[in-house]
Ligand binder design. Structure first.
Ligand SMILES: C[S@@+](CC[C@H](N)C(=O)[O-])C[C@H]1O[C@@H](n2cnc3c(N)ncnc32)[C@H](O)[C@@H]1O
Length: 282
């Protein structure tokens, strides 16, 4: 199915309203490749028909299908390595130390925002399990959220094909934390139990979320416009403890989002901490 430039405009506006993802005029190929089958499935002959059906019939199921199809769910276990090294060797040990002086010394709250099919939160869970010998006596929750219903359902199942596992997984971790079931590998209950999943749009208010000790918000803000990206990270700052840790994608930076975060370095990794001394930077 071919898309006209007028259709690109209206579909782009619809996609923006549904999930904040920006599609410009060069993204006609993306609309054609990802939304043609959705259009056909619901009996639409053109993208205009699909637009009107989704926009004005207020079909929630169709809107969900469009969001699922248009968002990029590419992910892998221990993606980019270095954030997970910084998590293991810096963020968690420091957080555990600073927790020791608080009223809840064994409580950790972590958020994997835009978790896709779950590889990121489960990677975090495996690292926690490696580092905290008495993890069963801790109160730990990794909240994993994504706008895509399909991604959240797959993530919650925690079962992966061999090709999804091989990308990024260390063999020792595979043996220790997965159960092979025929051609798939299922994350063990001890890691699954650390993670809770919710469908959430990052553009909606974070009601009931936080405060988080550690946030992973990686490879999602690249699809947003600068104002929405800024708003997202400012709201994340408000949902974090002052000594928290924020990890963003390898190619992402918070240079353009204001003074709410300070970059920190650990070996090859950059992470961010809430800026508790904003006045000094102004
Ligand atoms: C490329 S994946 C990143 C997955 C993981 N964070 C990583 O770095 O491997 C981007 C994810 O962002 C999600 N996403 C896109 N727009 C979103 C929004 N407005 N709110 C929440 N999640 C969104 C997509 O559904 C997709 O699963």
């Amino acid at each position: 199915m071919q898309v006209t430039s007028e259709e690109i405009q209206v579909i782009a506006k619809l996609v923006y309203d549904l999930c904040g993802v920006i599609l410009d005029q060069t993204k006609g190929y993306l609309i054609e490749s990802r939304l043609s089958s959705v259009a056909q499935e619901v009996g639409c002959q053109t993208f205009s028909e699909l637009y009107y059906k989704a926009r004005y019939d207020h079909e929630k199921a169709l809107q969900t299908k469009i969001v699922d199809a248009i968002t990029t769910q590419e992910t892998l276990f221990f993606r980019d390595d270095s954030p997970f090294e910084a998590l293991q060797h810096k963020a968690i040990p420091e957080m555990v130390d600073s927790k020791a002086k608080t009223a809840f010394p064994k409580r950790l709250r972590i958020w994997s925002a835009a978790c896709s099919t779950g590889q990121e939160p489960y990677s975090i869970g495996m690292i926690l399990s490696e580092l905290i010998p008495d993890i069963h006596s801790w109160d730990i929750n990794i909240l994993a959220t994504d706008i895509s219903d399909t991604a959240i359902k797959l993530a919650s199942r925690g079962s992966y094909m061999a090709h999804e596992i091989q990308r990024g997984m260390k063999p020792a971790m595979l043996d220790k934390y997965f159960i092979q079931e025929g051609t798939t590998y299922r994350i063990k209950d001890e890691i699954r139990a650390l993670v809770s999943f919710q469908q959430r749009n990052l553009h909606k208010p974070f009601i009931g979320l936080g405060p988080f000790d550690i946030v992973f918000c990686r490879n999602v803000a690249i699809y947003f416009n600068p104002a929405d990206k800024k708003s997202l990270f400012n709201r994340i700052a408000d949902a974090m403890v002052p000594e928290g840790y924020l990890f963003v994608g390898f190619a992402e930076s918070l240079m353009d989002v204001g003074t709410n975060f300070v970059p920190q370095h650990h070996c090859r990794s950059v992470f961010y901490q809430p800026n508790t001394n904003k006045a000094a930077l102004v």
